[in-house]
Design a protein around this ligand. Structure first.
Ligand SMILES: NC(=O)c1ccc[n+]([C@@H]2O[C@H](COP(=O)([O-])OP(=O)(O)OC[C@H]3O[C@@H](n4cnc5c(N)ncnc54)[C@H](OP(=O)(O)O)[C@@H]3O)[C@@H](O)[C@H]2O)c1
Length: 251
């Protein structure tokens, strides 16, 4: 069945992989991120992979005034994958000259915006516009950091905030047959997440923490998202699925 699918964070890494993988099933895709040029490249790949249509729309999802007009032209969706996110402390524009409390306040707020607000504006905007189809499936991207920290607290904390949001959304939308789940990846290589700051030693450490001795890849996550959004997962809602090669057990 051809579905209407919205993917945020589709200009690179995991979101781009999800877009191209779901395109193979012939769906209508709407791709969201800030960088239009990268979105256009992913859109080309998705068309080549078999998407029925692809609409790449540039938007900063942390700015509600930008989000609404974009969603108004985007239409109604059967699947929404909220993959946009970042560790703001690693970004090129991170205010690393700040120290102590001022630095902490900056990266906590920046990570809240990057990871919580980016998902909340998308999903609440779609709810407000009645743009979630009956029986739709929603997936949010969290992180292993939500369970074990991220060094600074703020990235993991912002991802952890998505968990109760997803539970509440699952409860609110369940009566419409809409399922809401979270995927929490461990270390995923071949993304732009680490902004060129992943050392060989850190890579080896993270791989060494897995039970299967390798880094995760974007398609490890996209396969899980594909399952969660498929009929095969029709009785799965309000859950957090970890994809980390055993680097963190259970939960
Ligand atoms: N890589 C990992 O090891 C890992 C592990 C656990 C969880 N995650 C999570 O997985 C998700 C995907 O990350 P990734 O690893 O694929 O990193 P990535 O390659 O850096 O992709 C992040 C995506 O989010 C988009 N984005 C960021 N801020 C945005 C904003 N304000 N508005 C709209 N789009 C925005 C980026 O596009 P633009 O820059 O063009 O806006 C990009 O498409 C993120 O939520 C991340 O936190 C990653």
């Amino acid at each position: 069945m051809t579905r209407r699918i919205c993917i945020s964070g589709a200009s690179s890494g995991i979101g781009a992989r999800i877009a191209v993988d779901l395109a193979r099933e012939g769906h209508h895709l709407t791709l969201l991120a800030r960088r239009q040029n990268l979105l256009d490249e992913v859109a080309e790949q998705a068309r080549a992979a078999g998407a029925t249509s692809v609409t790449p729309l540039a938007v900063d999802l942390t700015v509600p005034e930008q989000v609404r007009p974009v969603l108004e032209q985007a239409g109604r969706f059967d699947v929404v994958v909220a993959a946009a996110g970042a560790n703001a402390a690693l970004a090129a524009d991170a205010q690393t000259h700040l120290k102590g409390m001022a630095w902490a306040a900056w990266h906590w707020e920046a990570n809240f915006r990057a990871n919580v607000l980016s998902a909340v504006t998308l999903l609440e905007g779609l709810r407000e516009l009645d743009a979630l189809a009956e029986g739709a499936s929603i997936v949010l991207l969290s992180s292993i950091a939500a369970y074990r920290g991220s060094g600074s607290g703020s990235y993991g904390g912002s991802k952890a905030a998505l968990h109760p949001y997803a539970y509440d959304l699952a409860a609110a939308l369940g009566p419409q047959g809409i399922r809401v789940n979270v995927v929490a990846p461990g270390y995923i290589a071949e993304t732009n997440f680490f902004q060129g700051q992943m050392s060989e030693q850190r890579h080896e450490t993270l791989v060494g923490q897995t039970l299967i001795g390798r880094a995760g890849m974007p398609d490890d996550v996209s396969e899980t998202v594909r399952w969660l959004t498929s009929a095969g997962a029709r009785h799965v809602t309000g859950q957090i699925i970890q994809v980390n090669g055993g680097a963190s057990l259970g939960h």
